[in-house]
Design a protein around this ligand. Structure first.
Ligand code: FUL
Length: 502
């Protein structure tokens, strides 16, 4: 207790009339609130609503566009002349997002300020922005505005990458709080005005070292703590006040970097902890996002680069979205401010591939049985059919104390199956620690499928290619009249809200 509260508290108490004090007195109840629905107790930590919605975005695009597109650099120094930003046509974020949508992506994140500090909107915080661009296409550009408008129009989620490290700003790393107060927080506030429905702000961790820093003679600067320097708790609260569903990625602490830029997560992947596999015992919900390049060169567009094949990108999808991470796939717009035609074509190919392989769910045409389901609640049931009702809010759950279970799908006739996708009801925590999958044509002889892939965690979503090969997953498939998932270990009684079989 500090001096002020010590002083104030008796005075405040004296001002409260005895009767009203007695009425407002509260007692601590030890009674557990009635669980009329009979739901399983959560296994903590659990995601916030915001994190849950973020996870549902699953697959989205990254668009690195800006000063580097015109200088051929990946990390501009910050001394580039604004006039070098001179698009050869009007930048067209709608075209970027349309291509992403064709690939099956649900949203996108546009880089609106990279480490070089050049802002792709007419900011009040610095002159190092589109206002001084080299031509009218540049001067009339407002990427966050056009990007947000297009996303809303296309029914997609959107967010912005605004680099905390700013190699142009005179204030960055000057030993005061000028940069946070005069530049960074106001820039985030400006960006928030482009839409309250943003789903993620991407705060990159790259920081410190050489830079222009307003022409300073001190060209090497550093900071000791990003959280403190960028006033992250204050920023997080301020952003959430205006953009309630906006997850603060990276420096913001609400979602984690998966630990590589190559588009893969660990076969075991917990939504707690850090890195490719997370930490089973982590105390904070910290789900993984995998950022990966869709092209052969850098994050920004470079002359002569090629786009990765649809097959390579599908493998990435299986190894990220299919392993309890989200995938943010980078597609760099070129100097015209649009995606090259080859990228657009490739995205349509990718969308077709995903749709052919993961578009026709065979689970709803099966009868589903479970070894055990917990008793129904007042209005909720936990029956097997909840797994295939296409409703993420209904789920199957085993009884308390039952940490293993078998879920069996039976079709009237034999099917060819290649992939199984499973989703836990993570509102109650990530619980499953081990499972396996088997198929049968007669219900008596069972074949284990999924190869040597570690069948450990499920989480938000897990997709198992049944031939165990993410590089060449389609193959001939397996004949199955029966398919069963055996949950062999869980932190508590397991839950699943959806299983899809393709
Ligand atoms: C990194 C940055 O330094 C790269 O330039 C790029 O933006 C990548 C997505 O994040 O940390």
């Amino acid at each position: 207790m500090n001096k002020t509260t010590k002083f104030l508290l008796p005075a405040l108490l004296a001002a409260v009339p005895i009767t009203s004090w007695a009425q407002s007195e509260f007692t601590l109840s030890t009674a557990t609130p009635a669980n009329v629905e009979g739901e399983p107790a959560p296994v903590f930590p659990v995601p916030s609503d915001r994190q849950l919605k973020w996870n549902e975005t699953e697959f989205y695009a990254f668009f690195h566009y800006g000063m580097n597109t015109y200088t051929g650099q990946e990390w501009g120094y910050g001394n580039e002349s604004e006039s070098q930003f001179a698009p050869t046509a009007a930048p067209n974020p709608r075209q970027w997002l349309e291509a992403a949508k064709a690939a099956g992506m649900k949203g996108g994140i546009a880089v609106v300020k990279h480490h070089d500090g050049f802002c792709l909107w007419p900011t009040e915080t610095t002159t190092h922005c589109v206002k001084l661009a080299g031509n009218d296409f540049g001067k009339n550009t407002n990427i966050p505005k056009d990007f947000a408008d297009a996303a809303r129009d296309l029914g997609m989620k959107y967010g912005f990458y605004v680099s905390p490290w700013d190699r142009n700003s005179q204030y960055w790393g000057d030993g005061t709080d000028n940069y946070a107060k005069k530049v960074f927080l106001p820039q985030c506030a400006e960006l928030a005005t482009y839409g309250h429905d943003q789903f993620e702000m991407w705060f990159d961790g790259a920081t410190g070292g050489g830079g222009y820093y307003g022409g300073s003679s001190n060209t090497n600067r550093s900071i000791s703590s990003a959280e403190l320097y960028y006033d992250i708790p204050n920023l997080r609260d301020s952003i959430h006040n205006v953009c309630p569903d906006c997850v603060m990625w990276g420096v913001g602490g609400e979602a984690r970097w998966i630990g590589n830029e190559a588009g893969w997560a660990g076969e075991t992947c917990w939504s707690m902890g850090s890195g490719t596999s997370g930490d089973e015992n982590g105390y904070e919900w910290h789900p993984g996002e995998s950022d990966a390049k869709g092209t052969s060169a850098g994050w920004f567009w470079h002359s002569g680069e090629t786009v990765k094949s649809a097959e390579t990108l599908f493998k990435m999808y299986l190894e990220t979205v299919g392993r309890n991470a989200t995938l943010i796939l980078n597609l760099p717009p070129d100097q015209s401010g649009s995606l090259p035609a080859a990228t657009v074509t490739r995205m349509t190919e990718l969308g077709n591939l995903i749709n052919t392989r993961l578009g026709t769910d065979l689970a709803p045409s099966a009868t589903v049985t479970v070894s055990d389901a917990r008793p129904n609640g007042a209005t909720r049931t936990y029956v097997a059919a909840n797994i295939t009702d296409n409703n993420k809010d209904t789920y199957w759950a085993a009884s308390d104390g039952q940490n293993t279970a078998t879920i069996t799908f039976t079709w009237p006739e034999t099917k060819t199956v290649r992939y199984v996708s499973m989703m836990e009801y993570i509102k109650l925590g990530q619980r499953v620690k081990g499972f396996n999958i088997e198929v049968s044509t007669d219900g008596t002889n069972w074949t284990a499928v999924g190869g040597n892939i570690a069948k450990t965690t499920i989480g938000y979503k897990r997709i198992i290619p049944l031939n165990g090969n993410t590089s060449n997953s389609y193959g001939n498939g397996y004949q199955a009249k029966y398919l069963r998932i055996n949950i062999t270990d869980a932190k508590s009684c397991p839950t699943l809200h959806t299983v899809q079989i393709f």
